[in-house]
Write a protein that binds this ligand. Structure first.
Ligand code: ADP
Ligand code: MG
Length: 698
């Protein structure tokens, strides 16, 4: 074991107590972990400011001067301590609300101090609250200080004197001791190709940058390293899988495909649909197993593309299945495919959690003996008991709703894995897709079927309710239907349900002349389906629902989507919900209702919705507002390693370079056995074991 991987407790300034805290609070165990605990910000300590220079919105600054006197102001809890500090020309107040006794004992008048903090404007004057104070003569000169790092710590660490400054000190002495012992993690030829800093230099300059230029170079190097190893891992595994598993070959475009295209298809395919069908066709004929991600905005017609792919399977003697995240959606797929396929002679079935045992047994049997061609359903499809005779293609609709583990189970349903087509309407920005689904090829439907009018979106506060009701009447008189959606958040389900039910009753009172459906997650599925069916067939004019209708539901005559408490939804969800309308030829509307008090982030989300219908743009904004980890539940677990410094929303270009580099290397040396690549396979192995350990521990 080298120095780099040693337990931190033996390093100067650490010891068993602090080591324990670092482990518990920040998962830091080794010298390397500590050095990879990068600062979250830097403060320029390379110059002193004059008090006269202070202006609004300044970051942390440092001043040089003396304390003239102390004053205690106020009584009891509101008591505070003020020090009048002068730089020789002007003065400013330093303010403390806590630790007054400590401050008065510690700091003296007439000593040259460096005061460090963020000026704030209070009662027309600037002051600095709880500044950092150091004795000038004990500090390195400003030329030596450069940029000062700040580190994340926890409350608990702070109460044990492990604040940012303490961490800074530990890292400083660690770097000093380790300098020659830090092993490089990238091969020399990669460093040279992109002019990257060596790891040692990068670590020194990420913690103690002399200037911002060196800080940038350190960042570049460390970001590249992170993104590169993620890509290397994905690319290597994909290469291995492609080599190991052959895909079924769908040799011909046959009878069903052609007949359906010629005689059954009720409209022209869009060019984007045709393009994607060709891409799928090339995949399934190639002899490699297809792993394709189909991205297409809500309403772009992905279901139809899936149907064509399933027909390719059937034409070649294989079975196909399509999995949807909700029973409502699975049932809807079943109904619409049945209708589209008419009397073409295919046998399709629906399997969900609420399929009756007798019917279920029958489906199982017909799958095994090959009588069924196409199976639609929910998670029920991946149960152990569901066995196919020869499953050739699996379609996963709205894939973001499924966990990685669930997908993996489908992967392993056959000895020889079927072709996989995953579809999503939550457009994942390209950079994110490359990272998380780096092993999937991506197709995009970037065109909506003709004749659709862009949905108009409005933001209303509660005071517009009366006007909104008038608008609803007008739309219903025009023959349209309306969704009213309420938020449902797991923790407070009962309360939300109450909102929903009250909303339902309220609307029933206001609109006695109309019929209203209601759907929520707590209903039995037969009940849900019956309510849904009433809306689909136009028997009800208004559908009051929770987000169970969020994905996939297709009622082209519904042209108004009203979202209550829109501030409680994320951007992706709002966009999905809006996608329930705008599916027919009529002008559609989306109304976002919110309270008056909105945070900046919420305001930005609502604005984005009002300003654009473009799912990709919305996804980009979402990524920027929330950060990639949050995007949805599966994303984080999709990343093989944690990102500490790279940012998927911002480092897209570097990610592409990292990916390209990884591809080149794996093409040339798939097992990373060449001398110059040993460093890569060892580092990958090391990262894998340590990331494995985390998951076992936490
Ligand atoms: P999504 O991509 O959101 O899953 P769907 O597959 O549900 O969209 O399709 C939305 C609607 O558009 C459906 O009613 C479907 O029949 C219709 N549609 C699909 N393709 C076309 C097309 N090429 N021309 C006209 N309508 C289409
Ligand atoms: Mg769909």
């Amino acid at each position: 074991m080298d120095f780099f991987t040693q337990d931190i407790q033996f390093f100067p300034g650490v010891g068993p107590k602090r080591a324990e805290l670092l482990k518990k609070e920040l998962n830091i165990r080794t010298a390397e972990d500590l050095l990879r605990h990068y600062p979250y910000k830097y403060v320029d300590r390379s110059r002193f400011y004059m008090i006269s220079e202070i202006s609004e919105n300044m970051p942390f600054i440092q001043l040089k001067g003396k304390i003239l006197r102390f004053e205690k102001v106020g009584e009891g809890r509101s008591q505070r301590l003020i020090a009048i500090f002068t730089d020789g020309r002007q003065s400013i107040e330093l303010v403390w609300f806590k630790g007054l006794k400590f401050v008065t004992e510690r700091y003296k008048t007439n000593i040259e101090y460096v005061v460090f903090g963020k000026p704030t404007l209070f009662n027309g004057k600037y002051n600095i609250v709880h500044p950092d104070i150091e004795i000038l003569s004990q500090l390195p000169t400003v030329e030596q200080m450069g940029l000062q790092p700040f580190y994340n710590t926890s409350e608990k660490m702070k109460t044990h004197f492990l604040n940012s400054k303490a961490i800074q000190k530990i890292i400083y002495s660690l770097l000093f001791e380790l300098q020659k012992g830090i092993p490089e993690t990238l091969p020399a030829y990669v460093l040279n190709r992109y002019g990257l800093l060596h790891l040692t230099d990068a670590l020194i300059n990420i913690h103690f940058p002399k200037n911002s230029h060196l800080l940038n170079r350190a960042r570049q190097r460390l970001k590249f390293e992170e993104l590169f190893y993620i890509q290397l891992d994905i690319v290597k595994q994909t290469a291995w899988r492609n080599q190991r598993f052959k895909g079924f070959v769908f040799k011909h475009v046959g009878n069903y495909f052609n007949t359906f295209y010629r005689d059954y298809l009720p409209f022209e395919l869009t060019n984007a649909q045709k393009k994607v069908i060709r891409e799928i066709r090339a995949d399934v004929a190639s002899g490699k197993q297809m792993n394709r991600l189909l991205q297409g905005d809500v309403g772009s017609g992905k279901t139809l593309v899936a149907l064509f792919a399933m027909l390719m399977a059937v034409d070649n003697g294989f079975q196909a299945c399509m999995m949807a995240p909700t029973e409502i959606l699975a049932a809807q797929h079943f109904e619409s495919l049945k209708e589209l396929l008419g009397n073409i002679g295919l046998r399709i079935a629906l399997l969900t959690g609420s399929t009756r045992p007798k019917e279920r047994a029958e489906i199982h049997e017909k799958l095994l003996n090959g009588e069924l061609n196409i199976l639609l359903g929910t998670h029920a499809l991946i149960e152990e008991t569901v066995q196919f005779k020869n499953l050739g293609l699996v379609v996963i609709d709205e894939q973001h709703r499924f966990g990685v583990a669930q997908r993996a189970r489908l992967w392993s349903k056959n000895v020889q894995p079927p072709h996989i087509l995953v579809m999503t309407a939550t457009p994942i920005p390209r950079t994110l897709a490359m990272t998380i689904y780096g092993d999937l090829t991506v197709s995009v439907i970037d065109e909506l079927p003709p004749g659709r009018k862009p949905i108009q979106t409005f933001h209303f506060y509660d005071n517009k309710r009366q006007a909104l009701y008038k608008f609803m009447v007008k739309q219903i008189e025009l023959g349209r239907q309306i969704y009213v959606v309420y938020p449902l958040i797991q923790e407070s389900e009962t309360m939300d349900l109450k909102n929903l039910e009250e909303g339902y009753e309220h609307l029933s009172e206001i609109f006695p002349q109309y019929k209203i459906s209601m759907v929520h997650g707590k209903m039995k599925s037969a009940e849900k389906e019956a309510e849904m069916q009433k809306f689909v067939t136009g028997k009800t004019q208004i559908m009051v629902a929770t987000t169970v209708i969020e994905v996939g539901v297709n009622v082209p005559n519904a042209s108004v989507m009203i979202i209550e408490n829109a501030e409680r939804f994320g951007l992706a969800q709002l966009h999905q919900l809006r996608g329930r309308v705008g599916r027919g030829a009529d002008q559609s509307y989306c109304i976002l209702l919110t309270g008056y008090k909105l945070s900046n982030l919420t305001r930005k989300r609502i604005e984005t919705m009002v300003n654009t219908n473009d799912g990709f743009q919305i996804a980009e904004t979402d990524l920027q507002l929330r950060g990639p980890g949050d995007l949805d539940g599966t994303q984080q677990s999709g990343l093989p390693f944690e990102l500490k410094i790279a940012n998927l929303a911002q480092d897209g270009k570097m990610l592409e370079i990292a990916r390209k580099t990884a591809i080149d290397i794996i093409e040339d040396d798939p097992q990373l056995q060449k001398n110059e690549n040993i460093i890569l396979s060892e580092q990958l192995k090391k990262m894998k074991t340590s990331s494995l350990n985390w998951s076992v521990i936490s």
